[in-house]
Design a binder for this molecule. Sequence first.
Ligand code: FAD
Length: 413
Amino acid sequence: MPSSSPRPLAVVGGGIGGLAAALAAARAGRAVTLVERAAQFGEIGAGLQLAPNASLALDELGVLADVRRNAVLPPRLVMMDAVSGTEVTSLDLRGSAYTDRFAHPYLVTHRTDLHAALLAACRAEPLITLRTGLTVTRAEQDGDHVRLSFAEQDEVLPADAVVAADGLHSRLRRALTGEGDPVCSRYVAYRGAIPTGRMTGRMSRAAADEAVMVWAGPAMHLVQYPVRRGELYNQVAVFRSDSYTPDSDDWGTEAELERRFATACDAVRDALPLVARDRRWPLYDRPPLQRWAYGRIALLGDAAHPMLQYLAQGACQALEDATALGRALRELPDAADAFTAYAARRTERAGRIQTGAHLFGELCHLEGMGATMRNLALAHRSPADFDDLAWVWTPAPDTVAAPAATASIGAPA
Ligand code: FAD
């Protein structure tokens, strides 16, 4: 339902969450101005897993076919023991048990490809204005509107309401909640995608297999999967640093990476030299937040639910946020009402996934007897058994559009 406000809805942040939110709001008939602090829109050079809840959201936003064109549909999701090199458990992502349960595909994509698809859709949408090089410093609510101030200029942007999609370190969230910094997990990631052509032997065969491989080891793991139609291979090496200190960046170094992975099997050791080392990514989250809507300002994406990446759901949840927000804006003309409805639909589910991501990380990083028990417990699990993950991969019913969306899993888009 279009708003009667002469002012646009402002979205702060042009990451995956912000672009998806802008698109969803425009599809609900709202004029949107999106402001991004970077001089140019972009994403980092690494991969992203998109579970069926995310591909459903992309379908609702009308960009699934575009994303799918450059993505890979992995046949299997495999957990390996990183020390013994043996398979712990796997899921068949293309078989009938999957397709009977999930109407949408499990995709792996390069972040740039997903971001570019969302950006292209935003650029093609007449109701969306995109602005870069603007860092929001303040959002002041004033009766029926919000005024946004920027670091780069004196101009104030009056907005009907504001969606804060400004990421993990969200300035707007801190201003609204009074919280401090996100919580550092003491784990760090090294990640990036390399041309598949650079790989030989075992690595090359792994890439050709197209599976998502999760090598779980003591306080470390390695994730591997192909992206961009198989032309690139994404690798993420994650480990706990023993030298973490809150006041320094001198922890989680490359030397520690080598030491932590020293006990890994040959397949993991072969892969390590090809893991990107140009930047280290400390991993943060926050406990679930009960309140996402503050009058005419609402939180979305990592700003609302920063989570550890172990369930590969941060971006998936941001996409779910966007479609839930779009639905609320379609139903309720007043943005503050729509924000309240959106938050009511999303907080509990996203909070459970934040908590679940923590637990799954612990399961991955078990050592000694704990790892042995995990492997035994999972040994007889069928590749067709999705019971443990179905709740994560299935949005709550009132966040799903009716009728159900259109994608099919088998045929390439
Ligand atoms: P961001 O991507 O952080 O975007 C925020 C944007 O806001 C940025 O463009 C920033 O420049 C802008 N901004 C910030 N402050 C301001 C301001 N004051 N004014 C204007 N603009 C501002 N998720 C998955 O679903 N699947 C995965 O496989 C997966 N793997 C991951 C692996 C790792 C190692 C990590 C660390 C995360 C992973 N995630 C994954 C999580 C996912 O990357 C994030 O949840 C997602 O990218 C968050 O998107 P966002 O748009 O909310 O935030």
